[in-house]
Ligand binder design. Sequence first.
Ligand code: SF4
Ligand code: SF4
Length: 99
Amino acid sequence: MSDTFSVKLPGGEMWTPTFVSTLDEQKCIGCGRCFRVCSRGVLQLVGVSEGGDLIPLDDDDEEYEKKVMTIAHRELCIGCTACAQICPKKCYRHAAVQV
Ligand code: SF4
Ligand code: SF4
């Protein structure tokens, strides 16, 4: 049987982190707010080409239509949900994990 991953805080309270699960790139306007509040380096802003391909922004040779945020390092997420709280377009879904 599995349990939901939770931690006991120093004050004795139990806390269940909910980790970043999905980011809706169709809704994302590339504003960068979530990137600025994430302390863990999980997120990365990229360009989207006319054909829908994701392009690194440091590639000067590629042209992009718009920018979107992506989950680049999911494994570094600590489940604080700051990204979801600041996002004006409600792009994020978060979920607890089973252990
Ligand atoms: S939940 Fe917290 S750590 Fe995870 S991606 Fe969002 S802001 Fe970063
Ligand atoms: S805050 Fe929301 S709309 Fe802005 S870049 Fe992040 S995911 Fe996209």
